[in-house]
Design a protein around this ligand. Structure first.
Ligand SMILES: Nc1ncnc2c1ncn2[C@@H]1O[C@H](COP(=O)(O)OP(=O)(O)OP(=O)(O)O)[C@@H](O)[C@H]1O
Ligand SMILES: [Mg+2]
Length: 270
């Protein structure tokens, strides 16, 4: 049963975590249901304080999930565990082998041209220039293939980071506030681009964001992380293409803001 199931995050530095891997390797985490991500009872402590405290979460293949929550609520911690960059203190996290992360900052290698950045870490035919060029064309950046990262604008650099993620054909795309550092107009363009790319490539996507409208424009499901757990989980059935207006959108925005402790007559959280 496990041959088609996602694998555990590869972080193996954590003894408890390794024990969990070995003990549960015969278990089919999906119980026959197709899932791209299965998280069960994941906890993570920092200095004795539980930041994640028994998170349960599943994401279906191709599903776009937005994760909201107050600053410091543990969103990045959860994303890092799914990426394999950190390990839980207890619990289980099953993720696909093919997964990539896009962070708030593009993290390009300054000494490599843009196209080389896109295929860096790949080998053989997967690292060919035309592979990079195709991915760059998808994000509208093929004309900057030979540029040095330092000469890119913030939006261009983030598109290069997106091309680098796409070229790996992820089954799970992890996005940690990827538009947060961009100006409002570039941010809108990037939101549309991500929406279109995810429709085309259909990876399961987890987008961490502070922007309620962004979440509602893009996601099939919106989650709120609070007190170390998924405290709110809502399927968004707004028709696509979506616009940030209309009765249903406004009602959802109010509901979400109130989940986040923001009340529109008093927009500063308590
Ligand atoms: N490596 C670490 N060592 C100690 N504490 C950590 C570590 N990583 C995260 N924390 C703490 O865990 C809490 C959650 O951090 P995390 O970065 O996951 O929050 P977040 O929800 O992503 O916040 P933000 O919205 O501000 O990005 C914070 O209080 C943070 O200080
Ligand atoms: Mg964060």
């Amino acid at each position: 049963m496990l041959h088609s199931a996602p694998s555990k995050p590869s972080a193996s530095v954590h003894p408890l975590f390794v024990q969990e891997v070995l003990r549960n390797r015969e278990i089919d985490p999906f119980e026959g249901r197709p899932q791209a991500v299965a998280v069960q009872g994941v906890s993570r402590l920092f200095h004795g304080r539980p930041v994640l405290d028994g998170v349960d979460l599943s994401i279906r293949p191709g599903e776009f999930v937005a994760l909201l929550g107050a600053s410091g609520s543990g969103k990045t911690t959860l994303l890092r565990i799914l990426a394999g960059l950190d390990a839980p203190d207890s619990g289980e996290a099953w993720v696909p082998e093919a997964r990539t992360v896009v962070f708030q900052e593009p993290r390009l290698i300054q000494t490599k041209k843009v196209w080389k950045n896109v295929v860096t870490g790949l080998s053989g035919r997967a690292a060919a220039r035309h592979v990079a060029a195709e991915a760059l064309a998808e994000v509208g950046l093929d004309h900057r293939a030979d540029a040095w990262p330092a000469t890119l604008s913030g939006g261009e650099a983030q598109r290069a980071a997106l091309a680098r993620a796409l070229v790996r054909k992820p089954r799970l795309l992890l996005l940690d506030e990827p538009f947060a550092a961009l100006d409002a107009l570039t941010r809108l363009r990037m939101q549309r681009l991500i929406g279109a790319l995810c429709q085309t490539h259909s990876p399961a996507t987890l987008l961490v964001t502070h922007d309620v409208e962004e979440a509602l424009l893009l996601a099939d499901r919106v989650l709120v992380l609070r007190n170390g757990r998924i405290a709110y989980d809502k399927r968004i059935t707004l028709e696509r293409p979506r616009v940030a207006s209309g009765q249903e959108f406004d009602a959802l925005r109010s509901e979400l803001l109130s989940e986040l402790g923001v009340h529109e007559e008093n927009p500063v959280p308590a």
